[in-house]
Ligand binder design. Structure first.
Ligand code: SF4
Length: 439
């Protein structure tokens, strides 16, 4: 596997971002090893779920000798099993029948609508109302934290196949969160004094160029909202395009802006998404991590546990040890949300807990900052604490790490043992109760 090729890892040169999507994926030279049928499968699924990849991921992260089983290939390339057979056949037949783009998109939209495009009540429950209008660029699920979705940041340097925000990229505009300005949102934040954290998220806000990105940050800093202690940036750029923080053109300006946030007396938390230890192995990502940390920002890391990509404690152990060595703080192991190709990627809750436990017991205290496995569901962030034995049978022990109602947090509760359950909605309360305490 190539390393740091073809783009340079010298911060004095400007690497060239080369982007592939459904329209030009046939030009990816590494795909030439696959037959036509396999490429057609990519095309079929890519017509329903978003696909985008770049030259850094292709040349540095995927082990092409092992593809298609390679985990980073599975993380980025559409695969046949991601769609139900019937849906796959519908799109395959439409493509073979040379249907128009519009017709194919109509069929794709029908399939997308069945894939639970907005899980956990994101629009109805999380978008706050300000002066009679819903703020679609802001979400507030928890008392202390607001998520801000800048319009120009609703894309990523590459797309993850398991992505829970896939409707942001699939052309479903009516389901998209995005803010055009940052004025009403700032006024909402100002008025809600319980808020302490702002998470700037997407997509990936680090896809924005400096001018646009800095305009949002400067507005926030200028507002100087005293109750905002922490500015978070949720981003996969360290894994998919670490040159953002090393290349000559703009990286220095971004890092200075990070310093400015820190110097404003707030913490800057860079919430980095890493799904596999391989994403941490190139020289350029190590350099990028070091440069971000030199601004005074802290880097917290998170990922869901996903079948075919990282459903093995050995991968997590190696990943967490490397993160701790590089000065990052492991934060969450999620369970992938029940949306999109979730049936293809999800790991049963009990198995996810076993992976978490085997990982946790094998790393030192500096990496045991990771919490999980966690489902971010309608009610809040529910952590799977484990399988507990009672006199009669086994039960699943759970608790909230975050909740719509702060009082729910940290109260243990129990569900019937169900080893194949993959999401909270499949669980029933234990001990013959009709409801969980928060329902
Ligand atoms: S980086 Fe995040 S938002 Fe972007 S495709 Fe991956 S999971 Fe989705």
């Amino acid at each position: 596997m190539a390393r740091d090729n073809p783009v340079v890892n010298n911060q004095n040169q400007t690497p060239i971002f080369q982007n592939y999507s459904l329209s030009n994926f046939h030009k990816i030279k590494q795909l030439q090893k696959f037959d036509k049928d396999f490429l057609f499968e990519i095309e079929v699924v890519g017509n329903v779920l978003p696909f985008k990849i770049n030259n850094y991921v292709l040349d540095n992260l995927i082990d092409w000798d092992k593809a298609p089983e390679d985990p980073i290939f599975a993380l980025t390339f559409p695969q046949k099993g991601m769609l139900e057979k019937e849906d796959f056949d519908t799109i395959a037949n439409a493509l073979k029948g040379k249907k128009s783009k519009k017709e194919i998109n109509l069929l794709a939209n029908q399939i997308r609508a069945r894939l639970n495009p907005q899980p956990a009540g994101q629009i109805e429950l999380n978008s706050p109302t300000f002066q009679g209008t819903k703020l679609l660029g802001l979400q507030r699920k928890y008392r202390e934290t607001a998520l801000f979705f800048p319009r120009q940041g609703q894309t990523c340097h590459a797309y993850c196949t398991f992505c829970f925000r896939w409707p942001q990229f699939a052309g479903l505009d009516e389901l998209k969160f995005a803010s055009k300005k940052f004025d009403d949102e700032i006024r909402f934040i100002e008025q809600n004094k319980n808020l302490t954290d702002i998470l700037i998220t997407g997509g990936d806000p680090m896809t924005m160029n400096y001018k646009v990105f800095s305009s949002y940050i400067e507005k926030l800093l200028k507002a100087d909202i005293r109750h905002i202690d922490i500015i978070r940036i949720g981003s996969k750029s360290l894994a998919y395009w670490p040159y953002k923080f090393t290349e000559k053109k703009e990286s220095g300006k971004f890092l200075k802006l990070f310093e400015k946030i820190v110097n404003s007396g707030r913490q800057l938390a860079f919430m980095a998404h890493f799904s596999h230890y391989r994403e941490l192995q190139t020289e350029v990502v190590k350099n990028a991590i070091s440069r971000i940390r030199s601004t005074g920002a802290i880097i917290r890391t998170q990922s869901p546990v996903i079948k075919r990509i990282n459903d093995d404690p050995k991968i997590w152990i190696k990943m967490l040890k490397e993160q701790a060595r590089l000065g990052c703080i492991p934060y969450y192991m999620f369970i992938a949300r029940n949306t999109g190709a979730y049936n293809y990627f999800n790991v049963p809750l009990v198995r996810a807990w076993e992976i978490f436990r085997d990982t946790y017991k094998s790393v030192s205290g500096t990496a045991r900052t990771m919490r999980g496995p966690v489902m971010s569901c309608l009610y809040g962030k529910i952590q799977m604490l484990g399988v507990a034995e009672t006199e009669k049978n086994n039960v699943l022990a759970l608790r909230f790490l975050q909740a719509r109602e702060p009082d729910w947090v940290q109260q243990p509760f129990f569900a019937e043992y169900k080893p194949d359950a993959m999401w909270f909605t499949e669980l029933k309360p234990a001990f013959g109760k009709e409801k969980f305490f928060f329902q």
